[in-house]
Ligand binder design. Structure first.
Ligand code: IMP
Length: 189
């Protein structure tokens, strides 16, 4: 089996690679001479994931899997959601995004949030999306050094009180939005 992952994010690649059979050949946009972020200007995670997966499928003719993820915070009305990557500005800085989120929740007792991944799978048969979600709370400060993005602020409800960034990669995978979306995708293939 051969597929191309429509992401340049090494953390996402590692998390996805870890749950795929080891004999699968996993290609990346750089294998086709592409660099930088793929275009994603849709209004939903489904639209963005589909846009990226279809773009690569049409360019390469190799079945393509795209990941679009977002953090929805209840007291922010579901923000940053589809805007999670550029919450603090177009430079897509993870640390600026985390600071902005902590500032936005400074006085909030309700810190309930959820992380969602939408995977889009594009082949000759078209594109299909799969969702995975994990419920949690936003911590009052950053904790942990592993992972990426909002991991040091996200404390899953089903865990033991540690943030994703305090967990090993395998521990995060056991609970994460991304691995749940991958499980849904694997189950339908
Ligand atoms: P995108 O899917 O790359 O657009 O990600 C949206 C935002 O969520 C970016 O700021 C990512 O850094 C962040 N993000 C995506 N997946 C995760 C995750 O598994 N943990 C923490 N942050 C993530």
């Amino acid at each position: 089996m051969k597929l191309v992952l429509a992401t340049q994010n090494p953390h996402k690649v590692a998390e996805i690679r870890a749950v795929l059979p080891p004999d699968w050949e996993v290609l990346q946009p750089s294998d086709f001479g592409l660099s930088g972020e793929l275009r994603e200007d849709g209004a939903t995670m489904e639209a963005n994931a589909s846009q990226k997966a279809l773009f690569l499928w049409e360019l390469t003719g190799v079945p393509s899997l795209a990941d679009d993820s977002g953090l929805e915070v209840d007291v922010l009305g579901g923000a940053p959601g589809v805007d999670s990557a550029h919450f603090a500005g177009p430079e897509r800085s993870d640390s600026a995004n985390r600071s902005k989120l902590l500032d936005a929740l400074q006085d909030s007792v309700n810190r309930r949030a959820r992380f969602t991944t939408v995977l889009a799978w594009a082949t000759a048969e078209g594109v299909t999306c799969y969702r995975g979600t994990v419920e949690g709370n936003i911590g009052e400060c950053e904790r942990g050094t592993q992972g990426f993005g909002y991991d040091s602020l996200f404390v899953p409800l089903e865990g033991d009180g540690r943030s994703f960034a305090e967990m090993s990669p395998a521990e995060k995978t056991a609970l994460s939005h991304r691995s749940r979306a991958l499980a849904a995708w694997c189950a339908k293939r």
